[in-house]
Design a protein around this ligand. Structure first.
Ligand code: BGC
Length: 435
């Protein structure tokens, strides 16, 4: 074997040999030429066909990389946690390995190296489930040998877009996203797809884009049905015969889960409203009237204060539909402040404080959607992708406005004082709160 020391000669040979196949940036031609001539093999046997595959994939990768670079121009630098630096150090290796993998397998089912960088983009850390996800993803991905970059975006869409861009730049092979706004990530996720990154939605649907491979969640309409049914059961159990005075709350309108929780609950409550068994005293029954911007508990508490002041000076409130635990506790506090008896209030997340309140009989119920199960399911999917087995099969899908997205759905559980010990039997932390 020989490699000429004369760069111009090397370039000339490379261009003659390789450029007939496909137009390449000239520096890359040299690499391809050396590969084709067998001067460098990268540990794998190179046949002409494989060289062509490699050329094509390398060209795609370079196009994607330059697209990422230009998309980032002009944007503020994303937060750079220590993990990002580590990821940046390994990303060059990762890209080389990826080019080799691509030559061995079809891109659709292409696996990636065992220690790959995995991005986790969370919407915020304002409720317990997201804090748990932050910790559990970091622990479980590290344990499985990956290099996790876990970030939360404080309810700010541009921040989440930048964090995802930076994950792509750091060579992430899969990015898991709990979107702040289900409709606002299309272009950055399309960049991810162009770079060959798998995109998995976490807990929330990613809407209006083809750039999503699947979503892991608890089924938001189903969860809402449970909340509506639990409210009705609680009213019958705690308040005797109807009609019942009730108010309705929804979650953050940008979160694709929130309208679905509300829709599911209303499928149970609307017939009772129509029959006169439930009276919405304020008359506010549209999601837009009931939604709580950014899932902000203090905004929910203010709305409850004014609903009570405006409608309940001479009435007792019997029940309130709450989309999650934080808002549920805000509603209960508002009722206490207004001198009302505590109404039947629903929730979601089995947050520690609400588990205590359910146990004390202060909050009627919550819905448990265990973060450890959702994270474990997501890591299982990442392992399947890493091994080159693609996305696991599932029978469930949801149309996101553009495509039918495969959904990996887990089962939520309604928790009341009656079944709390049963539900949390395998959760020592929550069990410890039942005393
Ligand atoms: C999640 C809930 C959470 C809420 C606010 C929803 O998308 O499903 O678990 O309480 O966001 O963070």
């Amino acid at each position: 074997m020989y490699i000429t020391k004369e760069p111009a000669e090397l370039q000339r040979r490379a261009d003659r040999k390789v450029s007939g196949l496909v137009a390449l940036p000239s520096g890359l031609n040299i690499t391809m030429y050396l590969l084709q001539e067998g001067f460098i093999t990268g540990g794998i046997t190179m046949y002409r066909k494989k060289v062509l595959t490699l050329i094509l994939s390398a060209t795609l990768a370079m196009t994607a990389l330059s697209a990422c670079g230009s998309a980032r121009e002009g944007s503020a630098p994303a937060e750079a946690p220590a993990a990002n630096e580590a990821a940046a150090d390994t990303s060059a290796d990762a890209k080389t390995d990826n080019a080799q993998d691509t030559s061995e397998a079809a891109p659709a089912g292409a696996g990636f190296e065992a220690g790959a960088t995995i991005g986790i983009s969370l919407p915020w850390l304002g409720t317990q489930n997201w804090k748990e996800a932050e910790t559990m993803f970091t622990e479980q991905l590290t344990e499985a040998g990956y290099n996790p970059i876990v970030q939360a975006a404080d309810q700010k869409v541009p921040q989440q877009q930048q964090q995802i861009e930076s994950m792509i730049e750091n060579g992430a092979k899969a990015i898991v996203v709990g979107p702040i706004d289900g409709t606002q990530l299309g272009s950055v996720l399309e960049q991810a797809k162009a770079a060959g990154v798998y995109v998995i939605g976490y807990d929330r649907l990613i809407e209006n884009t083809e750039a999503v491979d699947g979503v892991v969640q608890f089924g938001s309409v189903r969860t809402g049905v449970m909340q509506g049914q639990a409210l009705l059961d609680g009213l019958k159990e705690k308040k005797g015969e109807g009609p019942y005075n009730v108010e309705l709350f929804g979650g953050g309108p940008a979160d694709p889960n929130a309208p679905n929780f509300f829709k599911g609950a209303m499928s149970v409550l609307q017939p009772e409203i129509d029959a006169g068994n439930i009276v919405i005293v304020s008359g506010q029954t549209d999601f837009t009237q009931c939604a709580t911007e950014d899932w902000d508990n203090s905004k929910a508490q203010k709305r409850m204060d004014s609903l009570l002041a405006g409608n309940y000076s001479d009435k007792e409130i019997d029940g309130v539909l709450s989309p999650n635990d934080g808002i549920g506790r805000a509603i209960i506090t508002s009722c206490e402040d207004a001198g009302q008896q505590i109404p039947v209030v629903t929730g979601l997340d089995a947050e520690n404080e609400s588990v205590e309140w359910v146990w004390q009989g202060k909050q009627y119920c919550t819905v448990a959607k265990p973060t450890q199960d959702l994270v474990a399911k997501t890591v299982e999917i990442i392992n399947s992708l890493q091994a080159g087995n693609g996305m696991p099969a599932t029978d469930v899908s949801t149309n996101n406005g553009k495509i039918d997205v495969p959904i990996y759905e887990l089962d939520p559980v309604v928790v009341t004082k009656d079944n709390a010990k049963e539900v949390f039997a395998n959760d020592p932390d929550r069990m410890a709160l039942l005393k």
